[in-house]
Design a protein around this ligand. Structure first.
Ligand SMILES: Cc1cc2nc3c(=O)[nH]c(=O)nc-3n(C[C@H](O)[C@H](O)[C@H](O)COP(=O)(O)OP(=O)(O)OC[C@H]3O[C@@H](n4cnc5c(N)ncnc54)[C@H](O)[C@@H]3O)c2cc1C
Length: 270
């Protein structure tokens, strides 16, 4: 199927983006890599009157590290993220997650900002953002706000972004000496969305963030407090209530989450 007809604008400043968002309200949609938005238009799941292409905004691009904080512009593509030595060094969890995102053609165009703003519970980056205590930088006409990942993902495809706001960047504390992380997922075929996945981090605090195990990425808070794997596995059953999908029951997904927890626990302990 083809997308319904829409108008197209490619502003060169954020101020123009805010103006267009204000003028068109619900009728306008931001276009980043288009790898989720365009398929949804083609399937006629939505029919915006205007697409605002943010691809020309230089301030939304680039990866930098300053004073122990890694800043990633919203327009950084999956491929750029995976190829970045700065990301490999300072946020290895994110670098490890990239090859699990779709296929190379999609990774060449899809962006980290698009993935975080979409908040698909089966996507890799929201779970990484929770595990890494990322902070979202969002901006609108009223100014800029910083939102911690744990407050950003509010529900199924729902974030804290307010009408008229754009996600401009995400900041992540650089991984310190002695801190560990691991990204794991189970999928029917490589490149498919995960049946269930886990972004795990161990530092002064341990964080286990599961994907495709709830309406949003889920931080398994009690699991992370346990001192032994056996206790953690019991706690996981209370932390997670994964919805069944076409192929897997809730019990199967919970079992697979336990398998990933055990692998991550062992990986972080060695
Ligand atoms: C076949 C296929 C398989 C895929 N598999 C996976 C997978 O395994 N894992 C995974 O995570 N993803 C997967 N994806 C999705 C892909 O990673 C997308 O690139 C990503 O979800 C969205 O990024 P985008 O830049 O393409 O965003 P777009 O499609 O342009 O936008 C997505 C949504 O976010 C909004 N948006 C985009 N950027 C911003 C911003 N800066 N501020 C505010 N709102 C914004 C848009 O308005 C839209 O609602 C798959 C896609 C396809 C087609």
């Amino acid at each position: 199927m083809k997308a319904p007809s829409f108008a197209y604008a490619k502003p060169s400043t954020l101020a123009e983006v805010f103006e267009l968002l204000e003028k068109h309200g619900d009728g306008a949609r931001i276009l980043a890599g288009g790898q989720s938005l365009i398929p949804s238009l083609n399937m006629r799941l939505s029919a915006p009157e205007l697409l605002i292409d943010i691809g020309g905004l230089a301030e939304l691009k680039g990866i930098s590290i300053e004073r122990g904080v890694l800043r990633i512009g919203a327009l950084v593509t999956h491929a750029q993220l995976g190829a970045s030595d700065v990301v490999k060094k300072h946020a290895p969890l994110l670098a490890e997650a990239v090859p699990h995102v779709a296929h190379p053609a999609i990774r060449n165009r899809g962006t980290i900002g698009g993935s975080l703003a979409l908040a698909d519970p089966a996507a890799e980056y929201p779970a990484c953002a929770l595990a890494l205590k990322a902070v979202m930088f969002v901006e609108g006409r009223a100014g800029q706000r910083q939102v911690e990942a744990r407050h950003f993902f509010k529900g199924l495809f729902e974030t804290d972004l307010r009408p008229g706001e754009v996600l401009v960047a995400v900041e992540i504390p650089a991984q310190l000496e002695g801190e560990r992380s691991v990204f794991l997922e189970l999928a029917r075929r490589h490149g498919d969305y995960a049946i269930v996945g886990l972004a795990a981090f161990k530092g002064a605090e341990t964080r286990f963030a599961f994907l495709n195990a709830g309406p949003t990425a889920v931080l398994a808070k009690n699991t992370a407090l346990k001192k032994s794997l056996a206790e953690a596995k019991v706690a996981l059953k209370a932390d997670l209530d994964p919805p069944a999908d076409l192929y897997n029951s809730s019990a199967t997904k919970l079992h697979l989450a336990g398998v990933l927890l055990e692998r991550a626990w062992n990986a972080l302990s060695t």
